[in-house]
Design a protein around this ligand. Structure first.
Ligand code: SF4
Ligand code: SF4
Length: 56
């Protein structure tokens, strides 16, 4: 399992630098998480202003 960024993402990029696994990148409409790299640490959710990253 991994975290997933919802459609609520406002593309602020705050989470990208916080991910210790560099699993987060800019996608077509929102930032996205590579589920193969995510370790569910929750660091992205901690910095997100709109609670877009959610555990699946
Ligand atoms: Fe990266 Fe942790 Fe967020 Fe997974 S939960 S995308 S490892 S910051
Ligand atoms: Fe999107 Fe939240 Fe990441 Fe900002 S911190 S890019 S709103 S998921």
């Amino acid at each position: 399992m991994a975290y997933k960024i919802s459609v609520d993402c406002i593309n602020c990029a705050a989470c990208e630098a916080e991910c210790p696994e560099t699993a987060i990148s800019q996608g077509d409409t929102t930032f996205v998480i590579d589920p193969k790299l995510c370790t569910e640490c929750g660091a992205c959710a901690d910095v997100c202003p709109v609670d877009a990253p959610q555990p699946q």
